[in-house]
Design a protein. Structure first.
Lengths: 633, 318
């Protein structure tokens, strides 16, 4: 054996005498540009011999080199054989350049490095002089064209059976698809002729309400289609608890099938709109909460919802998509995100990688708001997490005129502090039908700034104004009179609505503070607050701070990441390196059970005030409200 | 002694003035300046901390009052001014706390009579007064306005503001320079929130007395004690929004099961004992005013507080 050392990284590999440098480089895991498949035809694999003994016929390939290159010892990696121990310098230009792409919801680029790739190979037919078997010939070809080392590739029997016919029928021109799975490389598909430009993957956000699918062209690193639909499990129960109980009673089979069907519906819609064949989807990456992931994989979730709340599996899982009823290529793989606990699932791990908080020294606070909320505090060294029920108020539930972000929903609102007349905008700019979570947060902040409500959220009924009145059960503020609405009645916010909103915001803020106290971190040490979740993108950061939904930090330090679950799934789909980090992140996160935290109730009560009972925690808001009061006199 | 009985605290309980003498624009024989504490009560400090005040609660319609008190006081309960006078001259109370229970009658609207009642009680006793207004939000505004107006200059303590009902009482207190009681349900945060609300609509800190709400001994008093303790600790640590004197009134003491089911001959004693021990504990937790309903409790508490002050000096204990 001879030792080849590759510079500049000093990576070493032992190879038999007579091996090519290209072969050695591939074994060392270095991706060298081989456009011609290592036949000495393209001249792209230029390397420099630094020391040691090798054989290369420089005269034969003179056309590929400049004089300068020749003087520095240039040779072609595919045509140079190793004779003794060698030191070889690989210039930057010879390495395969990783494609950088920008993903929606993330402000830094990421390399295109999927775990599944296609290799088009043109093979020499066997002869009496070269009678090596079909499989060897195929895998060597793939290796030559930049694929993994031949003997490391596992070939499933069903693919093996197709090899002889396909090779001969295609006149030895085939495209092999190789996937990196936990056991190593696997030849998942073999097709006639060059199909290397048809390779797609899907990233899925499996939510308990909505399923979102992104289909990616894994060759070019582009999103080709997006689709979403409701999770069909809703027919078995609105919330997760109801569905787990349904599973307990009627078995898991139906819920598993509905989860897969929901994904399939989204995949079909997206494939159709992009005009691609679902057979060309080779990989599906799914980020979902712990119960959803269990259900999709057909793993009993019953023990997650009862004390002591134990999931069956925490780590990331790779399975054959076909086994759980996901329709893609017959050998399509499925990667499911890991979870931390019963309530901190793969969707939150996806949030974490999408905002990048696990890569930074600075401390970040991540808040994902839905019916439940999850909070994660930490940096690349440590993380604490907790989860709780926010109540449906911030999603528009338990609020008289609250609604989801559908057409006609008021999503932004301001109130003139003198006339008390609101100015609002609705989704699709049609007449208003109700108010979304982001609209409600605006409303709360505007009402306190205009002194219509006090810090406990009670409406000052002594104000004489047509918009301030006492309704059937509670005092209320009229946001839109019947004539200007689409529903023919006044859209109001009642004191009871406000109370529900304050309870929701208080539990979220109290959770943030509980984690901060646990970690010994003050608001000054938080570098960034990331908002994830359905209404993340529309949230007015200033108003969220005014009502004390989140700790007060600089407004420019608050970032909306929108649907972090799908962004994280996208990242893990297009870059397999990201996947390796997921299990480590999941293991690093300590879970704090809020119910077991004696100080939580106290934090909650002190948060049931606008913005907070301890006004020193909100100096900016305090100044703002003082100014408002002064202005009003 | 060698101990720092202030434990490094820097906060002071802000002063509140109850009552005004002639020189001060009122008609009371004294004015109390309560608050000013810099540590826990009954400690051996220089100057010594002042004893809690004891208020006797009376009302203008005994129909809504404890039968035990009605039985003990007899006809006295039918005339609020005689009752108030006796509280001062016979029972030895420091303050009279008048509950306007007449406002609890269905559809009550005789605001003029409220003014007359307050005026006659002011004439019957020279003690500073606490007036508890209506129990009905509908007439709050008129009742507090009337009380405030007829007692202008007397520096009353008006009760009771809550987070859901504070605007009318605050308006009267501000307009006629009275103080008010701010009651919250046994929670340090809620107490602070109400004080902020009051401050923000213009009630000065030195016009607020905190009522953290007191459950009877054995009926939740431990929560009240803990809330009072936390309020006081926060104040002494410098939280000005909690730095006000406290009032404690364990009115349920006369209605608890042990009193109701006591041997008729012992019922009176049982009620007094229960009220007395609750009052002692509330004073230890830091309350500056202990408000009671049974006349006998007044004297017992005053004796106890006096003896506490004496025995607080370690050197006298053999």
């Amino acid at each position: 054996m001879r030792t080849v050392t590759f510079l500049p990284g000093y990576r070493k590999i032992d190879v038999p005498r007579g091996s090519t440098i290209l072969d050695a480089a591939q074994r060392a895991g270095i991706s060298i540009n081989v456009v011609c498949g290592g036949q000495g035809k393209c001249g792209k694999c230029i390397v420099y011999l630094q020391s040691g003994r090798a054989e290369f016929d420089q005269q034969k390939y003179l056309r590929f080199f400049s004089e300068d290159e020749l003087n520095k010892g240039a040779c072609l990696a595919c045509e140079t054989t190793v004779q003794g121990d060698l030191q070889v310098l690989i210039p930057e230009s010879t390495l395969i350049q990783e494609q950088k792409i920008l993903i929606e919801g993330r402000d830094t680029q990421i390399e295109l490095h999927p775990s599944v790739r296609k290799y088009y190979v043109e093979l020499e037919p066997p002869t009496l002089a070269d009678p090596s078997p079909d499989l060897t010939r195929l895998l060597w070809g793939i290796q030559k064209w930049g694929g993994p080392v031949a003997e490391k590739v596992y070939v499933p029997l069903e693919v093996m059976r197709e090899i002889p016919t396909l090779l001969r029928h295609s006149n030895w021109r085939v495209t092999g698809t190789i996937a990196l799975v936990p056991g190593g490389y696997r030849l998942v598909d073999l097709q006639e002729n060059d199909t290397s430009n048809r390779i797609f993957g899907a990233a899925i956000d499996l939510g308990s309400t909505t399923v979102v699918a992104y289909i990616w062209d894994l060759l070019r690193g582009k999103v080709v289609a997006v689709a979403s639909n409701y999770n069909k499990q809703i027919s078995c129960g609105e919330d997760i608890l109801a569905r787990v109980n349904f599973a307990k009673k009627n078995g898991l089979v139906k819920l598993q099938a509905l989860a897969a069907e929901s994904i399939n519906t989204a995949l079909t819609a997206a494939s159709n709109s992009a005009g691609i064949d679902r057979e060309d989807i080779y990989e599906v990456v799914v980020a979902g909460n712990t119960v959803m992931t269990h259900m999709l994989l057909g793993i009993d979730p019953a023990y997650i919802i009862a004390e002591p709340y134990v999931p069956v599996v925490q780590r990331a899982l790779s399975v054959a998509a076909g086994r759980i009823g996901i329709a893609g290529n017959q050998n399509c793989g499925l990667f499911a995100f890991p979870a931390v606990s019963d309530f901190i699932g793969g969707d939150i791990i996806a949030d974490i990688i999408s905002c990048g908080m696990s890569e930074h020294d600075e401390i970040s606070l991540l808040i994902d708001i839905g019916t439940n909320f999850e909070v994660v505090l930490g940096n690349k060294e440590w993380m604490f997490s907790c989860a709780g029920a926010a109540g449906p108020a911030l999603e528009g539930g338990e609020v008289l005129f609250g609604m989801r972000a559908n057409p006609g929903a008021i999503e932004k609102i301001t109130i003139d502090p003198y006339t008390l007349d609101p100015t609002y905008s609705t989704i699709n700019n049609i007449k208003p039908r109700g108010i979304t979570g982001s609209g409600l947060i605006d409303l709360l902040a505007e009402l306190i700034s205009a002194c219509v409500i006090d810090r406990t959220g009670r409406i000052n009924t002594q104000i004489e104004h047509k918009r301030v009145r006492t309704g059937a059960h509670f005092p209320e503020f009229v946001v839109a009179f019947a004539a200007e609405t689409d529903i023919g009645k006044d859209i109001v916010i009642t004191e009871n609505d406000i109370k529900n909103l304050i309870m929701s915001k208080a539990s979220i803020h109290a959770a943030c503070v509980t984690l901060m106290k646990q970690a010994g971190v003050t608001r000054h040490e938080i570098n960034t607050i990331y908002f994830a979740g359905a209404f993340g993108n529309f949230l007015n950061k200033k108003n969220a701070t005014i009502i004390g939904l989140i700790p007060e930090i600089g407004l420019d330090q608050i970032k909306n990441i929108g649907n972090g679950a799908i962004t994280g799934a996208n990242l893990a789909l297009i870059n397999r390196g990201v996947r390796k980090t997921l299990d480590d992140i999941a293991k690093k996160i300590a879970y704090i059970e809020l119910n077991a935290e004696p100080s939580f109730m106290d934090e909650y009560t002190s948060s049931t005030f606008l913005p907070h009972t301890d006004l020193t925690l909100f100096p900016m808001v305090q100044q703002l409200l003082d100014e408002c009061r002064l202005r009003k006199g | 002694m060698g101990y720092d009985l202030h434990f490094g605290w820097t906060g002071v309980i802000g002063p509140v003035t109850l009552g005004a003498t002639k020189a001060e624009g009122g008609t009371r024989k004294m004015a109390y300046h309560i608050g000013g504490g810099t540590t826990l009560p009954f400690l051996d400090t220089t100057p010594p901390s002042s004893s809690p005040l004891v208020a006797l609660e009376i009302c203008d319609n005994p129909e809504y009052w404890s039968p035990i008190v009605r039985h003990f006081c007899g006809d006295l309960v039918t005339t609020a001014d005689d009752w108030a006078k006796t509280a001062e001259t016979v029972y030895g109370a420091d303050l009279v706390r008048l509950y306007l229970t007449s406002t609890r009658e269905r559809n009550f609207s005789d605001i003029v009579s409220i003014g007359k009642t307050v005026e006659s009680v002011l004439q019957a006793t020279a003690l500073p007064l606490i007036i508890e207004g209506s129990n009905e939000p509908r007439i709050d505004s008129d009742v507090f306005q009337k009380c405030g107006e007829v007692a202008q200059g007397e520096k009353l303590l008006l009760g009771t503001a809550e987070a859901s009902r504070y605007r009318s009482i605050a308006a009267s207190a501000i307009a006629y320079n009275h103080s008010l009681i701010a009651q919250s349900p046994i929670d340090v945060n809620l107490a602070k929130q109400l004080n902020i609300l009051l401050r923000e609509i213009g009630v000065q800190r030195d016009h607020i007395i905190i009522d953290p709400y007191t459950g009877a001994l054995g009926y939740g008093f431990e929560y009240s004690y803990s809330a009072m303790e936390r309020i006081r600790f926060s104040a002494l640590k410098g939280d000005a929004d909690l730095g006000m004197p406290m009032i404690s009134s364990a009115i349920d003491s006369l209605n608890i099961k042990e009193v109701r089911e006591a041997d008729p001959e012992q019922q009176d004693d049982m009620a007094v004992q229960w009220e007395y021990y609750t009052g002692i504990a509330a004073a230890v937790a830091g309350a500056e005013i202990i408000s009671v309903r049974h006349p006998k409790t007044v004297g017992l508490l005053k004796n106890a507080f006096a003896s506490f002050k004496k025995s607080a000096d370690f050197s006298e204990v053999k």
